[in-house]
Design a protein around this ligand. Structure first.
Ligand SMILES: CCCCC/C=C\C/C=C\CCCCCCCC(=O)SCCNC(=O)CCNC(=O)[C@H](O)C(C)(C)COP(=O)(O)OP(=O)(O)OC[C@H]1O[C@@H](n2cnc3c(N)ncnc32)[C@H](O)[C@@H]1OP(=O)(O)O
Ligand SMILES: CCCCCCCC/C=C\CCCCCCCC(=O)OC[C@@H](O)COP(=O)(O)O
Length: 271
């Protein structure tokens, strides 16, 4: 009887993969999480052996272990503006945030000694949470601004003392609305406090291959554009809003361009 069920399942699986895009969506999502969890199981002892504990250098291990994942999902990543990452010393990278798939683009261009700011809930994500902690990810409580501010002020000092780069998602949450959300201020305060440049990175819209609400997950292309750095030397906290607006405007223009979208005046965005 067990064999009959096994055979049925073996026949059903390709049939569902062939006929149901919803099944494909859930299967790929499940496989993505499961594969990352598995990679983390392999990666954790390697990180521990190499660095003995929490160390930003562990990001190199994650970067090299994650780079193949795009092929498993039929994703191609096209990067432009590499020259803008040829910047010495610490800086803050800011990028838009559409999905946990952003990790794939991130690992494609992640510079050495660069870690990220993430919501504190991620630390509880099993083996992925543990490897994130080992890689020096800075966890913040988004619901407690005062806590988040003090963690980020400490991070500004650590960036300078330990020559670390930090990647921040200034939208503050995942967003697939076909545009950028207004930016939160933390990334800009961080850069101004540390007096380091900001390097904006823009991911093109995933809407041609990945739609969370419509349950679609196909093969596709992610365009990643690295923009010229924005200096913050001499700026004070009074200029943070202006810096945020300037960055948003530059990134929105790039986002629309690389996503093949046009902005209608005050209207929705169209392909
Ligand atoms: C080998 C196997 C591997 C397997 C695993 C694979 C990969 C894993 C490894 C790596 C991948 C990691 C990927 C992680 C992705 C995680 C992404 C996220 O979690 S995104 C969510 C978390 N991030 C953020 O939220 C950052 C952006 N948010 C902010 O910066 C916010 O500003 C905030 C600091 C959280 C505060 O939030 P709030 O809603 O209160 O925001 P406001 O901006 O409106 O600020 C209110 C007020 O405070 C002032 N402010 C803000 N920040 C500061 C500061 N740092 N210092 C001083 N003042 C600050 C701000 O100006 C406002 O005041 P005012 O209105 O007067 O201007
Ligand atoms: C105990 C088991 C728990 C299992 C949980 C599995 C969690 C994820 C596992 C694998 C995914 C690999 C990529 C991990 C990093 C991406 C994290 C991410 O993108 O988090 C979302 C966060 O930015 C914003 O979240 P909100 O939409 O604001 O909220």
């Amino acid at each position: 009887m067990d064999v009959v069920w096994m055979l049925l399942l073996l026949l059903l699986f390709p049939l569902l993969m062939w006929t149901s895009s919803t099944f494909v969506f859930y299967f790929k999502k499940f496989f993505y999480v499961a594969w990352m969890m598995f990679l983390a199981i392999v990666g954790i002892p390697i990180c521990l052996l190499k660095s003995g504990g929490r160390d930003v250098e562990n990001m190199r291990i994650i970067r090299s272990m994650v780079r193949h994942v795009k092929y498993l999902f039929g994703l191609r990543i096209e990067v432009s503006g590499w020259e803008h990452l040829q910047t010495e010393g610490p800086y803050v990278i800011i990028s838009n945030h559409q999905s946990s798939l952003d990790v794939l683009g991130m690992m494609e261009i992640l510079p050495d000694r660069c870690t990220t700011i993430a919501k504190k809930e991620l630390v509880y994500a099993g083996t992925v949470g543990l490897i994130c902690w080992l890689a020096g990810i800075v966890f913040i409580n988004r619901k407690k601004t005062s806590d988040a501010k003090s963690v980020m002020a400490d991070a500004a000092k650590t960036m300078l003392d330990e020559q670390i780069r930090l990647w921040v998602f200034p939208e503050g949450t995942r967003n697939q609305n076909g545009d950028l959300l207004p930016f939160k201020k933390g990334a800009f305060h961080l850069a101004v406090q540390a007096q380091v440049p900001i390097i904006p990175v823009v991911f093109s819209s995933y809407s041609s291959f990945y739609l969370r609400k419509e349950k679609q997950f196909k093969s596709g292309v992610i365009r990643l554009r690295i923009l010229p750095k924005i200096e913050t030397k001499g700026l004070t906290s009074d200029e943070v809003s202006c810096l945020s607006d300037q960055s948003h405007s530059l990134m929105r223009t790039a986002f629309l361009e690389i996503s093949g979208l046009v902005a209608k005046s005050n209207g929705p965005l169209k392909h």
